[in-house]
Design a protein around this ligand. Sequence first.
Ligand code: 2P0
Length: 325
Amino acid sequence: MKATARAHTNIALIKYWGKRDRSLILPMNNSLSLTLDGFYTETTVEFHDYLTADVFYLNNDCITGKAYQRVTSFLDRVREKAGRTDVYAEVHSVNHVPTAAGLASSASGFSALAAAASKAIGMQLNNQELSVLTRQGSGSACRSVYGGFVEWEKGLKEDGSDSHAIPIVPANHWDIRVAAAVMSSDAKKILSREGMERTVNTSSFYPSWVESIPADLITIKKGIMHKDFEKVGSIAEANCLRMHATTLAAHPPFTYWQSTTFLIMEAVRDLRSSGVPAYFTIDAGPNVKVLYLPEDEETVQHKLRSIAGVRDVIVSKPGQGISYV
Ligand code: 2P0
């Protein structure tokens, strides 16, 4: 009863922002992401008869508290689904996601955990079923089941059985780059869960966010199919700005941006003015990810590294979905 899985993280180009069901993690809107090859989590799950509780090691540290609770609650779902509520697991997870990059390790983490745990306990799930299960650990993680460009369909059913990711095009469809500009930051974080909830409940801009999604999706999917970089980049950037606008209209208002965030956004706009197609996107944190084409690697790297406050630039290519090791 042992399995090891590897999952990559993903960056949302059309953001998941808001839940309609907190317990099942059902989103208000469809989202669309690109799985990234540079950042992944490898997780081994082994179920033992003799354990009386789950144990969870992350990068060789034994984890307790909130992070442990999230893992063990997720394993409860796996046990229930498999009809094996009598077994507990030893979980070893190694994150190859630099935490400082502000790329969600929860996406690769829950995706690898779901794949390894479901296999170790003896379930044979197809990718769609795996995506439904993964979603219940962390929403964005359901997209990491697949490689390349991926859409998470919000679904319509109350039980969440139709809320899962679907692959749009595989990683080898289009060679683009995503650079994570890493900044030094010790600002207090508003977790994405809290931020989403406050926004849904209080932001007067939230309804127009939800209304704007279908049109963005149609345009960006056309752009992806035709490898129209400017279309894809400009929609992603506008979608990101609209998501962040909702936080400014929340009560109390908040923002994930810091001064360096603005400097990077300006640098990306400068790149475009000088003829280099580059676009930014930002998640629930201050770090900025920049989309660009391989031929502009040097120019983009140089520009990003010259910004005061940027400590490192980590580049990724389109990556693969779940694999078993
Ligand atoms: C996304 N984010 O689409 C959006 C954009 C942050 C901004 O998904 O509560 O860790 O576990 O479902 O997936 C981050 O939220 O939240 C996120 P839960 P998750 O990538």
